[in-house]
Design a protein around this ligand. Structure first.
Ligand code: NAD
Length: 281
């Protein structure tokens, strides 16, 4: 992978949750290329290990860990292992997150005649809504409780949360995911203020639209043709295309580098091809 620019994180320990997924495996690889020792945490141990092995094959320092970001014991266990393998955490990327079909309406607009025929707002499943809120919000708060303790003694430590476009204005169909990501942007500001008398900075990246496992079913039919939602997204993205995952790396490297962003704290950087700037008219 070619980094947009080089920063030096030699000797730093970076913990990336959700690192078995599309975006965060790439974040892990980028951080390894800056010299950081990278712990890839994921519920999917196989995926985390596979990406870690790939990094090691390319000359980086990395290891995969099985970890559930919603389970404090699992987080503590991973933390103890990372401490033993690499040392205390300097950088935490809270990447684990996602939506759930049980918290997604079938249609964008409610029509009274839809009742009983399609999944409307009234049919959203409480367990699905809880799953999405927990995964995105608690799944950011709990790892921060566990790993940020390491950072208290440091002069240069960084937490990066992953927000979304729907934190600015909610996207149709996915009220729980939209609300949970709005909570992430809010929590990013809260944490930045709370830790501001320590050496920890907390910022977030809000990706626009990137095709990954979690959204590909919403964006493409099984035969690969685009869904109407894809058309709407591209019409609302002034640059008229999906983002390339690598286009998130500049924001990541900027935010974790004290030299580049030492006085930047509590911000959410949209990387969205202009989506959040466009009124649609
Ligand atoms: P992804 O589905 O490829 O990766 C998510 C990873 O999180 C998976 O490997 C999954 O196993 C892991 N995970 C799920 N539950 C977990 C748990 N309880 N504990 C530990 N790991 C768990 O998704 P992605 O697109 O790479 O998304 C990464 C982050 O970016 C997410 O927070 C997502 O909400 C956010 N995001 C993505 C997009 C996009 O367009 N793809 C846009 C905005 C925000």
């Amino acid at each position: 992978m070619k980094l947009p620019f080089q920063i030096d994180l030699t000797g730093k320990v970076a913990v990336v949750t959700g690192a078995g997924g599309v975006l965060c495996s790439m974040f892990a690889e980028a951080l390894a290329q800056t010299g950081a020792k990278v712990a890839l945490l994921d519920l999917n141990e196989e995926a985390a290990n596979a990406f870690a092995q790939e990094i090691v094959k390319n000359g980086g320092i990395a290891k995969g860990y099985c970890c559930n970001v919603l389970d404090k014991d699992s987080l503590e266990k991973a933390h103890a292992q990372v401490l033993e393998d690499f040392g205390s955490c300097d950088i935490l990327i809270n990447g684990a997150g996602g939506n759930n079909p049980k918290a997604t309406t079938d249609d964008e607009y409610f029509e009274p005649e839809d009742l009983g025929k399609v999944k409307t707002f009234f049919d959203l499943d409480k367990s699905g809504v809880e799953f999405v809120f927990n995964l995105n919000f608690l799944g950011t708060l709990l790892p921060t409780q566990v790993f940020a303790k390491d950072m208290l003694e440091k002069e240069d430590a960084s937490i990066i949360n992953i927000s979304s476009m729907n934190a600015y204005t909610p996207l149709t169909k996915i009220p729980a995911y939209s609300g949970a990501k709005a909570a992430i942007s809010n929590f990013t500001q809260w944490l930045a203020v709370h830790f501001s008398r320590t050496g920890i900075r907390c910022n977030a990246i809000a990706p626009g639209f990137f095709v990954t496992k979690q959204n590909e079913k919403l964006l493409f039919h099984d035969d690969g043709t685009p869904t109407p939602r894809t058309g709407k997204i591209l019409n609302s993205t002034p640059m008229n295309r999906f983002g390339e995952a690598q286009e998130l790396l500049g924001a990541l490297l900027f935010l974790v580098s004290k030299e580049a962003s030492g006085f930047v704290n509590g911000i959410v950087i949209p990387v969205d091809g202009g989506f959040s700037a466009y009124s649609g008219v």
